[in-house]
Design a binder for this molecule. Sequence first.
Ligand SMILES: C[S@@+](CC[C@H](N)C(=O)[O-])C[C@H]1O[C@@H](n2cnc3c(N)ncnc32)[C@H](O)[C@@H]1O
Length: 309
Amino acid sequence: MSDAHSLPTVPGLAGHRSVLLTEVIALLNPQPGQCVVDCTLGAGGHSAALLERLKPGGRLIGLDVDPEALAIARARLTPLAEAAHVALDIVQANFRRVAAVLQELNAPPPNGILADLGVSSLQFDRPERGFSFRFDQPLDMRMDPTLPRTAADILREASEAELADILFHLGQEYRARAVARAIVARRREEPLTTTGQLEALVRRALRIRGHRRIHPATKTFQALRLAVNHEMDVLATFLSEAPELLAPGGTLAIMTFHSLEDRQVKQRYKALAATGRFQLPVKFVRPGAQELGENPRSRSAKLRGLRRS
Ligand SMILES: C[S@@+](CC[C@H](N)C(=O)[O-])C[C@H]1O[C@@H](n2cnc3c(N)ncnc32)[C@H](O)[C@@H]1O
């Protein structure tokens, strides 16, 4: 790989790999001088490769809600953009506001828009962010630290019925009621504030002993993360606005990591393709055997593209 892909020295960054990197670039197929929006900068891996293809004279606009990710992406991308003579805007914003951000920046209709959904390994592997039960840390789970409610707040404030709804609909936890009941019983005695407490509670509520291939708390943690960050609502807003922003011939590329997201993207793309104003250049793309071997976190990734006629 060229210098364009080199990473600044940040703890935890060495293990970070951009998922479906080659496939994303092939789908978006950016050309010199074009404008591309990366809605989920993360560590800037996809953006570093996009910059290479936009030079000279192109424009790259990158968004993220996480100030830590933005600092890493800025340090990595600024020198690359300067060397490539590509205009770079890095903005702290939720991609549900992408239309407003482009307007504020006076940007042309983009030729490509990318959203690589969910948390990054940088966030997931940082114990203090509270995304993972591999560490016992406060249950935070906010990608955007300015959001008012953490996962611990939801566990404290939501009713039993609300908790069961969250776990069932966002975690696809079919024993959601048992877990919700256990949460409410537990919080009457003491607040439930750490990832370790929640992991142990789910295990007990589901009466699971010993090792399982998929950890029994995975669904509960996914549900809470989606709820804390309003991820399904944000995706719905994004899907209603982003396609219309594209320049003629422009492509929207969305990478999903679980079936709830993927279903939403697939249905919206299908409805837009039926209007005749958009096309589906690929059905979907999944990581190949080599990527799966090198990066187990890519296992549930699905990339879908939508092209404006
Ligand atoms: C999977 S990572 C992206 C990794 C990146 N493509 C790379 O190659 O390094 C997802 C990033 O999107 C950000 N993010 C998630 N939801 C967001 C939203 N609604 N608006 C803006 N950024 C978001 C997260 O903070 C995280 O940094």
